[in-house]
Design a protein around this ligand. Structure first.
Ligand SMILES: [Zn+2]
Ligand SMILES: [Zn+2]
Length: 94
């Protein structure tokens, strides 16, 4: 994913900024930095539409972590993140 110089990434709930560490754990057991891959597990390719915050534990839409995006770019990111990923339950998130 191209990085915009205006882009800031932080938790929409508590403003915690990812520090580049591997704070996210996939169901497959993979531990990685989800912002390196745009919310996709590098091991099983599962696409996490929501990202949990290691600081406040609130789950937010992955795209909501990106701030300073142009409206247009935000829509592209949203579209990319909501693209079918071979997982049948993407419409069934809670
Ligand atoms: Zn995985
Ligand atoms: Zn947070």
């Amino acid at each position: 994913m191209p990085i915009d110089p205006n882009l800031e990434i932080y938790c929409p709930a508590c403003q915690w900024e990812p520090d580049g560490g591997a704070h996210w754990v996939c169901d497959c057991g993979c531990v990685w930095n989800t912002f390196d891959t745009g919310g996709v597990c590098p091991q099983c390719r599962y696409r996490w539409r929501r990202t949990g915050c290691p600081s406040c534990t609130v789950w937010s839409l992955h795209v909501d972590w990106y701030h300073g995006l142009d409206e247009e770019v935000a829509e592209l990111v949203e579209a990319a993140l909501s693209a079918p990923s071979g997982v049948c339950c993407s419409l069934n998130e809670s």
